[in-house]
Design a protein around this ligand. Sequence first.
Ligand SMILES: Nc1ncnc2c1ncn2[C@@H]1O[C@H](COP(=O)(O)OP(=O)(O)OP(=O)(O)O)[C@@H](O)[C@H]1O
Ligand SMILES: [Mg+2]
Length: 275
Amino acid sequence: MLTEVVATRYVTPLREGGSLPGIVEADDLGTYVVKFTGAGQGRKTLVAEVVCGRLARALGLRVPELAGVHIDPVIGRGEPDQEVQALLRSSGGLNLGMDYLPGALGFDPLAFETDAAEAGRVVWFDALVGNVDRSWRNPNLLVWHGALWLIDHGATMIWHHNWPSAGAAADKGYDASDHVLATFAPDLAAATAELAPRVTEDLLTEVVADVPDVWLADEPGFDGPDAVRRAYVEVLLARAAGVGDRITLGERSADKPSQAPEWVRVRLDNRKAGK
Ligand SMILES: Nc1ncnc2c1ncn2[C@@H]1O[C@H](COP(=O)(O)OP(=O)(O)OP(=O)(O)O)[C@@H](O)[C@H]1O
Ligand SMILES: [Mg+2]
């Protein structure tokens, strides 16, 4: 079960997020980044956040802690922004919160570094869940207290948008050429050996148990939330077995990331030269 809290104050929208996530305070005195059920992307985004967030944490990757956040739309009444008001009005009930990491910076591959082992684990995990949203264009990685934190798993597991053909997803490969950590020589062999055996049926069953029933109810073709949970377990279990051998690390696509400012390049060069 996800810990559940009640929102007490809507603080501010996070404008850089496509789904207009917001910062919210709750009755446990915590501050959360909330993704709303009323956002255009729909409730499957929230299911993906829970499944991937819980799974990544169980595999030892850093993801901000998740919580269910109850919203009473009344908290948006004083909000001057009409778009935010409409979002809160349509998001009454349970929404998804992630612990807010104050002062976290967006990961920039030109300014921060990671090692081959960690890069390998992140790329392997993204391959498992089919995450196309961790490219150098949109890294969805934060740096907080000097360590990497994974966020934004809403666009993973594309197969859950078309369950009848989800069986085929088990054998699909993963193109990591544009992955933001591709340039850190990800050690995929080590990551596969370490992580694949840990993605067991028991672990996956525990992970999907945390998805609230209300986000799984009335899924066409399924006989209730537990049957949908089972479908997530089956695809991920099948993918875990072989995805490590189906990750491609090729040439990056044509655009180049923006150049680092001069002072960052000087520091990187100095670091490389051991100065
Ligand atoms: N837990 C967190 N702590 C601090 N900042 C966060 C956290 N989660 C998200 N953010 C900030 O909010 C931004 C938007 O979050 P996120 O990427 O999850 O939203 P989104 O709507 O799915 O975005 P998009 O689809 O546009 O990438 C992030 O780029 C980051 O700057
Ligand atoms: Mg994002």
